[in-house]
Design a protein around this ligand. Structure first.
Ligand SMILES: [Zn+2]
Length: 446
């Protein structure tokens, strides 16, 4: 195959070029050229005269969706009840977050629970020896995984070879780790480029849809942002799962961003240990650190993550600043959000924070996006500032406006329920606090 067999097409205007350019000379857009294999003109013309196959709806047998349980109840929940046969699932996440670990554990579960199950695990990231070492380190790493013949491992990156093997082996489950390492020699683009990722994923999809093989493909995401992969593949695959959590954090959130066979917005929570990932059955209890609670600067809150309500503790530390510049540190909440709340506290409550360093931290290493945590952040700062302990039995939920008013939040009843379930009797929200001054009244009363 020479260079003539491929063509570069601008994804913006459709112009074709024989070689890659940074900028399309027709529409002047940057980085829009993608290499594609030239269509063979004859086959297109030949099929023109053919007729479509028309079916009446009643003649089509509705296919029942069969699902395979993963052995992780959290994982099943996210998938909408298990892995759908013949579905293409993209698992994306940063390097080192635990994608391969999760998949290897899935392999173990399936081999332990399913009969006559054959799994094909193709890795372009690791050698078969490395996969074996990794597998042996995991929980439940009994005889099954490392000696059972039902797991076949290969280190391969050429897509044509992979497709041939899939067609020959017809495995019950296929895993490809990762899509960025796979490439076709028919294209001149380098592995991991948009052209290669798109082409290879299409080839995989065609093969597995025909053979009804459920398939996981791993997509790498870099810290700087998304490289060719997940974004390019989202519309192609049936399910997009994302695994989140930094290397310093034990917790991993598994989230479904797209699911043709279930709901999105579901999240599963796992804890990473030396022997792999374990499901966290009562995450709220885990996120609330066990410690003496008669220390100022601590307030609990209920936040929404996907469809779930979870509890977290917001901690604040305020110390005099003797050496400018001022320090404002936010771990687990948005930094600009903290600055805004501090400004509101200074202006509306008259807190003198201009010569104080402020540190805010969320327990459990969580990153909270929910604006409903505002009230708890303010509560923790006021408590730390006045050096007074807020009752340990209090949970605060509410968004704060620039005027210092406490606003209502979504799903308040659900949040209250979760707080009660975890043993908290008093939930303060916009219904009990009209504005921030109410927190001070509570503090002064105690
Ligand atoms: Zn163009």
């Amino acid at each position: 195959m020479g260079k003539q067999s491929t063509v570069f097409i601008c994804q913006n205007c459709g112009s074709q070029y024989t070689s890659w350019m940074g900028r399309c000379s027709n529409c002047n857009q940057w980085n829009t050229l993608i290499e594609e294999i030239k269509e063979e003109k004859e086959s297109v013309g030949g099929e023109k005269k053919g007729k479509m196959q028309l079916l009446s709806l009643s003649s089509i047998s509705s296919e029942k969706i069969t699902r395979i349980a993963t052995g992780f109840s959290e994982f099943d929940l996210i998938l909408g009840g298990g892995i759908v046969k013949g579905s293409l699932i993209l698992l994306s996440g940063e390097p080192g977050v635990g994608k391969s670990t999760l998949l290897l554990q899935l392999v173990q579960n399936l081999l332990n629970n399913q009969e006559k199950f054959q799994i094909l695990y193709i890795s372009g990231e690791e050698s078969p020896e490395q996969i074996k070492i990794r597998a042996e380190r995991l929980e439940n790493s009994d005889k099954n995984l490392t000696t059972d013949k039902s797991l076949l491992v290969a280190s391969e990156t050429i897509i044509e070879k992979i497709i041939t093997s899939i067609e020959e082996e017809k495995p019950s489950l296929l895993i490809i780790d990762s899509i960025q390492t796979v490439f076709s020699e028919k294209l001149n683009s380098y592995p991991g480029s948009v052209s290669q990722v798109r082409f290879c994923a299409n080839e995989i999809m065609r093969a597995i849809k025909r053979l009804k093989i459920p398939t996981f493909i791993v997509g790498q995401v870099t810290k700087e942002g998304i490289v060719a992969g997940p974004k390019v593949l989202e519309h192609l695959v049936d399910v997009v799962l994302q695994i989140e959590g930094g290397e310093a954090q034990d917790f991993r959130l598994l989230r479904s961003l797209k699911n043709r066979f279930g709901n999105t917005d579901e999240i599963g929570i796992f804890q990473m240990g030396e022997r792999g990932l374990t499901e966290v059955k009562n995450p709220s209890a885990v996120f609330l650190d066990e410690h003496e609670s008669n220390i100022p600067g601590s307030v609990k809150t209920v936040f929404l993550e996907g469809k779930r309500c979870l509890l977290a503790e917001i901690q604040a530390l305020i110390v005099p600043n003797y050496f400018p510049p001022l320090r404002r540190t936010a771990t687990g909440i948005d930094y600009n959000r903290l600055l805004l709340l501090v400004a509101v506290l200074e202006r509306r409550l008259g807190l003198k924070l201009q010569n104080k360093d402020i540190y805010i931290k969320v327990s459990g290493g969580l990153k909270l996006q929910d604006p409903a945590i505002d009230l708890a952040v303010c509560g923790a700062i006021i408590s730390a500032y006045q050096n007074k302990v807020l009752s340990n039995n209090i949970v605060m939920v509410g968004e704060i406006g620039l005027l210092g008013e406490v606003r209502g939040v979504s799903q308040l009843n659900k949040r209250i329920k979760e707080a009660n379930k975890q043993g908290f009797k008093n939930v303060y929200s916009s219904q009990s606090y009209k504005n921030l001054l109410d927190i001070q009244k509570v503090l002064n009363r105690d």
